[in-house]
Design a protein around this ligand. Structure first.
Ligand code: GRF
Length: 232
C-alpha cells in the first residue's frame, strides 16, 4: 500500500506555460541530485518526488520547495512485482513525460522499466559500462584506473546499462579513498544530471536505430583528460 506523506498542491517553479514537460523524481536517500535539479531551475514541472524509503532526507528537500513528496515503502510489499505495480500507479497518477531516478536504490522489474521506454533516466557513479552495481568508487580504486566518473543514461531492463546520454570524467588521485573520490564524482553528477534533463525538456535527445543517443545542437568536446598529467 502506498503511503502519502504530503500532498501539497503547490507545483514547482516551472509549472506554468504550455508544453512544459512534467517529471517525477524517484529517490531513496539524501537527495543531493534532487537538490541540484531544483537549483538548476529547469524548464520542467517537477510533479512529484517519490521515495521507497519514508525516511529519505530528499523528501524534506522536496517539501521545502513545495513539491508533492510521497513514500511507497517497499517493505510493505510481499514481492518486487507488487511494489513496482504500486510505484507505477503513483508515478502514472502524475502523468509525467520523464521519470528521473536520482539515487533510487531499488532494482526494478522488466515490466516496470518497459512502461517508460526512452522516458526514464538514471545517474550512475561510474563511466559505464565500467563498474555497474554498487561500490563503484571502491571498485575503481581496486582496479587502479586513473580516470573515473559518472553517467546519465536511459534505463533499460539490464541493470546500469541503456543508452548513454552524457558522461563526466574526473581524475583518480593517488591519495583517494572511496569517500574523496565519491565527492569529486558527485560534483560532476550535480552538473550533468540537470543538463541531461534540460536536453530532454528541450526535445534535443533522440535514440538512433543502433541504440545510441544523439544530443542535438551540441558540439563534441575536443580536449582530453590525462591522468596523471605531466607538465613538460
Ligand atoms: C549518487 O551517487 C548516485 O549516482 C547514486 O546514488 C547517489 C545518490 O545520491 N545512484 P543523492 O541521494 O542524489 O545525494
Amino acid at each position: 500500500m502506498a503511503h502519502r506523506h504530503d500532498s501539497s498542491p503547490r507545483r514547482g517553479p516551472a509549472a506554468n506555460g504550455r508544453g512544459v514537460k512534467k517529471i517525477v523524481v524517484l529517490i531513496s536517500g539524501r537527495g543531493s541530485n534532487l537538490q541540484a535539479i531544483l537549483d538548476a531551475a529547469l524548464p520542467v514541472e517537477i510533479a512529484a518526488v517519490i521515495s521507497n524509503n519514508p525516511a529519505a532526507a530528499g523528501l524534506e528537500i522536496a517539501r521545502r520547495h513545495g513539491i508533492v513528496a510521497e513514500a511507497v515503502d517497499h517493505r510493505a510489499f510481499s514481492s518486487r512485482e507488487a511494489f513496482d505495480d504500486a510505484l507505477a500507479a503513483r508515478i502514472d497518477h502524475f502523468t509525467p513525460d520523464l521519470v528521473v531516478l536520482a539515487g533510487f536504490l531499488r532494482i526494478l522489474t522488466d515490466a516496470f522499466v518497459q512502461r517508460y521506454p526512452a522516458r526514464m533516466m538514471n545517474i550512475h557513479p561510474s563511466l559505464l559500462p565500467a563498474f555497474p552495481g554498487l561500490g563503484t568508487h571502491r571498485q575503481a580504486l581496486a582496479e587502479g584506473v586513473t580516470i573515473h566518473g559518472c553517467t546519465v543514461h536511459f534505463v533499460t531492463p539490464l541493470l546500469d546499462h541503456g543508452p548513454v546520454i552524457v558522461q563526466a570524467a574526473v581524475p583518480v588521485l593517488p591519495d583517494d579513498t572511496p569517500e574523496t573520490l565519491a565527492l569529486r564524482v558527485l560534483a560532476q553528477e550535480h552538473i550533468i544530471y540537470p543538463q541531461a534533463i534540460r536536453w530532454f525538456a528541450e526535445d534535443r535527445l533522440s535514440i538512433g536505430p543502433g541504440g545510441g543517443v544523439t544530443v542535438h545542437g551540441t558540439t563534441a568536446a575536443l580536449s582530453a583528460l590525462l591522468s596523471p598529467w605531466e607538465i613538460q
